[in-house]
Design a protein around this ligand. Structure first.
Ligand code: SF4
Length: 436
């Protein structure tokens, strides 16, 4: 075993975390050991999403420091993740390796080019055994890329078109996770609802998403099963039926709407109208009445009038989303929106609209959470803090509602407990423990 060390930095979403788990295994197979310290690393990898400018700024901040380190000792720097062509061009001279994560098997060759190393063959991205960062929650990629081409989004350019992972390999990975005591499985993809369709269209025998979800749900054992992210256009009746009848599938759906204005949705190339989105939500709630539904909203998209914005706010209120990943539109070079539309809404207005949406979400969340008072739920514990003579245990319900629980003895992180909800507010609920 070589004594070379690597350190990974992640600037992005769960998809980037999942990329990093596979990259970590690849580096271990090449003889590197993981370190939490940048200072002792021989290789520093950044797995980033350059879709947001803040991530790009953070990368530049880090890179300047590493250039100084390189003057004193050998250091290999690597960049991977969802990086726009435009950013890649600017950053390519600042990193020794740019790795397209789908070509993980080419990593050995890239390292060898950057510095002479022992050469090993690596399996492909989907087949590599990840080094999971959690011992109880696993993010499992089932597909990568996207064919939807929303005009503000860079993913179809950074990750390419949809490529589905082989169904058997997904099921095998999840079987092992369940056997190893994992409690929460989150299936990942830019548009999980269209899983398998690329292979099926090419004449290959593959499961579609509802079939895959059913097989995973029926693997046996007790675990939580979620999936991210769904596109409303591909949310089929068959999928709703599978969710309704699932044993382990959580009553939780993340369904990005982005705007409450048809005009803006058209400009975003979202492929649905506000009316069809509302019908879809009603259908989901009719099938699964207690489901929690979260969404994504972009405020300040090009040309968003006060009327467009009020339509988004009304939609958020009427559909009672209890969680929203709200963002203020920022133009990214290379996207269609950047070519066709001006970024013409002031920062001040974007900030104001952002706060108004989040205030509405806060009100919705409070109303949703208050309805949970008196109910019994299962909670998965994520953290424990000592406070004077008590412990405050922090966890989540199966629908992502945050829970705080006081106890005399600390609860176990990564374990399920039965709790009764006693108080609620917009941030989450307080509960008392019933039993493990
Ligand atoms: S569906 Fe999602 S990943 Fe695909 S282009 Fe639209 S925003 Fe990007």
């Amino acid at each position: 075993m070589s004594n070379k060390k690597f350190h990974l930095i992640i600037f992005g979403c769960q998809m980037n975390l999942s990329d990093a788990e596979r990259l970590a295994t690849a580096l271990k197979q090449l003889g590197y050991q993981e370190t939490k310290s940048e200072e002792e690393a021989d290789l520093i990898g950044v797995v980033a999403c350059s879709v947001k400018q803040t991530a790009v700024d953070r990368i530049y901040g880090k890179v300047r420091n590493w250039q100084l380190v390189k003057e004193k000792r050998p250091l290999i720097t690597l960049l991977s993740g969802c990086v726009l062509e435009h950013d890649r061009e600017k950053l390519k001279d600042k990193f020794d390796i740019f790795l397209d994560i789908k070509n993980l098997d080419g990593l050995a060759e890239s390292i060898q080019k950057a510095a002479p190393e022992e050469k090993l063959a690596l399996p492909s991205f989907f087949d590599i055994q990840p080094s999971y960062y959690s011992k109880y929650r696993a993010y499992v990629p089932i597909m990568t890329g996207c064919n939807k081409f929303c005009t503000y989004c860079a993913v179809p350019y950074t990750r390419g078109r949809e490529v589905s992972r082989n169904g058997e390999s997904i099921i095998e990975e999840i079987k092992n996770l369940i056997n190893n005591g994992y409690k929460e499985i989150v299936l990942l993809g830019q548009n999980v609802n269209s899983y398998g369709l690329d292979k099926i269209k090419a004449g290959e025998k593959e499961l579609d998403f509802p079939q895959l979800l059913t097989k995973i749900d029926q693997l046996g054992g007790h675990f939580w099963l979620k999936f991210l992210t769904s596109h409303p256009y591909d949310m089929s009746d068959q999928l709703i039926e599978v969710m309704k009848n699932g044993q382990n599938i959580n009553p939780y759906l993340h369904l990005p709407v982005q705007s409450g204005s048809d005009e803006i949705l058209k400009k975003m190339n979202r492929h649905y109208s506000v009316e069809s989105y509302i019908e879809l939500i009603n259908k989901v709630r009719q099938a699964i009445p207690h489901i929690a539904i979260s969404t994504d909203i972009i405020v300040g998209f090009s040309g968003e009038t006060e009327e467009d914005f009020q339509a988004s706010k009304k939609l958020v209120r009427d559909l009672k989303f209890n969680l929203s990943f709200t963002s203020q539109y920022s133009q990214r070079t290379g996207t269609v929106a950047a070519k066709l539309h001006a970024d013409d809404i002031s920062q001040e207005t974007k900030k104001e609209r952002f706060n108004l949406i989040n205030n509405q979400i806060g009100e919705n969340a409070k109303a949703y959470n208050q309805k949970l008072i008196g109910e019994t739920h299962e909670v998965l514990i994520d953290a424990v803090n000592k406070k004077e003579n008590n412990y405050i245990n922090i966890g989540k319900l199966e629908n992502y509602v945050a829970i705080h629980l006081a106890s005399k003895e600390p609860l176990s992180i990564g374990e399920f407990y039965q709790v009764k909800i006693t108080q609620a507010d917009s941030w989450g609920c307080q509960a008392e423990i019933l039993q493990k």
